[in-house]
Design a protein around this ligand. Structure first.
Ligand code: FES
Length: 421
């Protein structure tokens, strides 16, 4: 609501419409992706949150959407109250995307073809999309859907977006499926949902424990925290899957959808979905398709990607600048106190040898891997993620394996490898 009632309504309507669009596509294309209409709940386990969520119910109702405060839910965890949103949906996004691909037999999709730049062609009527191997693709229209945009200037998304990591587990249980989908209103965030498995059991999916990428923290217990919740629900459940995921967050928490920059006509962007990508991506697809076809989209205004509002959010902007200054200047000036002998197996540290900083990881067999711990995006000093064994960037969330391979944008290049004698 920080943008006013009209924009809040537009945002809500766009997401509600996206659910209908997705349902329609699934029906028309007969995509088997376990689509189910379900209720969604925002619950709390804290007394002090109750007033906040009751207020949210009133706000949602004032925007003309149904919502209800309920004291009890089916969730087998202690809850003090929840907002109930009817008519939401759950589906398997991988199966959905596979279905979309099969529904477009004449469209060619190239995987593992890394784009490193988009430049205006000499005649200025087209763009050259340049791949890692220096191949060029000419296009009149370009949609930058690379998660975090890989082009820094123009666009300047690195000034108005950061990334957040969250963790997910999948636990097999004999308990019944939940009728609803659940997310809590407090920190740390936890969201829960279930789906049925072919073996007749239920998969309980719990996600959350998010934090800004690159935070210098002990992350080793992130999955354990989620497992504790799964065990509260079913002490006999079996943890089958664990993974982490990264999301782009805009400074005003609204996605950037539309023109990439006023200086690059016919180039569009969809990013900053804030962990709400299933509907946001559909909103983006419709807005961008309309723009290319020269049509107005009724929801485009709230998502305008060239808006200045996010950088006027002084608090968030201040936090980002602080982080960049810290990682780009202060951390780089610090002289590491650690030595290579102090690195235990399975650990990494930033050390200094011959006045050069190195990020060194020692694997379980004692083998050392050294990289220059400087992000290949804009040069911030990297932090070690002791859970995923990656070098993560606190500035905009690029991530690299301990061998220096770039695995998450906005970086497109690997880290410099240092040979240890
Ligand atoms: S992600 Fe931008 S400097 Fe690392």
């Amino acid at each position: 609501m920080s943008l006013g009632k009209e924009k809040a309504k537009q945002y809500l309507e766009a997401n509600e419409q996206a659910i209908k669009n997705i349902e329609k596509i699934i029906q028309e294309e007969q995509i088997e992706c376990e689509f189910q209409k379900k209720e969604a709940y925002v619950f709390t386990q804290k007394q002090e949150e109750i007033q906040k969520i009751k207020k949210e119910v009133e706000v949602v109702k004032s925007l003309g959407f149904p919502a209800e405060f309920v004291e009890n839910t089916e969730l087998p965890l202690k809850t003090l109250g929840a907002i109930k949103f009817p008519n939401q949906a759950q589906f398997n996004p991988c199966k959905y995307v596979q279905g979309l691909i099969e529904a477009m037999p004449n469209v060619e999709i190239y995987e593992n073809t890394k784009v490193i730049d988009v430049k205006q062609s000499k005649n200025q009527t087209e763009y050259e999309i340049i791949t890692e191997n220096q191949n060029k693709i000419n296009a009149k229209y370009v949609v930058i859907a690379t998660h975090y945009p890989i082009i820094n200037i123009p666009g300047y998304y690195f000034l108005k977006m950061y990334q957040s990591l969250s963790y997910v587990i999948g636990a097999e249980t004999t308990k019944q499926e939940l009728n609803g989908m659940y997310i809590n209103s407090e920190e740390p965030t936890i969201s829960l949902r279930t789906t049925s498995l072919e073996n007749g059991k239920t998969l309980l999916i719990i996600a959350g424990m998010d934090h800004k990428t690159g935070e210098k923290k002990d992350l080793s217990q992130k999955y354990e925290e989620l497992i504790k919740i799964a065990k509260q629900i079913d002490p006999n459940c079996e943890i089958k899957y664990k993974w982490c995921t990264e999301d782009c967050i805009s400074l005003d928490k609204i996605p950037y959808i539309g023109e990439f920059s006023n200086l690059m006509p016919n180039v569009y962007v969809g990013t900053g979905y804030k962990k709400w990508g299933m509907t946001s991506s559909n909103v983006a697809a419709n807005i961008i398709a309309n723009k290319i076809l020269g049509k107005q989209n009724e929801y485009e205004e709230v998502f305008t990607s060239t808006r200045l509002k996010p950088i006027k959010n002084h608090q968030e902007m201040g936090n980002m600048i602080k982080e960049v200054v810290k990682s780009l200047v202060i951390e780089k000036l610090k002289v590491p106190q650690e030595t290579i002998e102090n690195i235990k197996t399975g650990e990494a540290k930033i050390i200094e040898i011959d006045s050069k900083k190195l990020g060194v990881y020692k694997d379980e067999k004692g083998k050392l891997y050294a990289v220059k711990p400087v992000c290949s995006h804009l040069g911030c000093e990297l932090s070690w993620n002791n859970l995923e064994k990656t070098w993560d960037c606190p500035c905009h969330g690029s991530r690299f394996t301990y061998e220096g391979k770039s695995i998450y944008d906005p970086s497109i290049y690997d880290l410099e490898i240092i040979e240890l004698e």
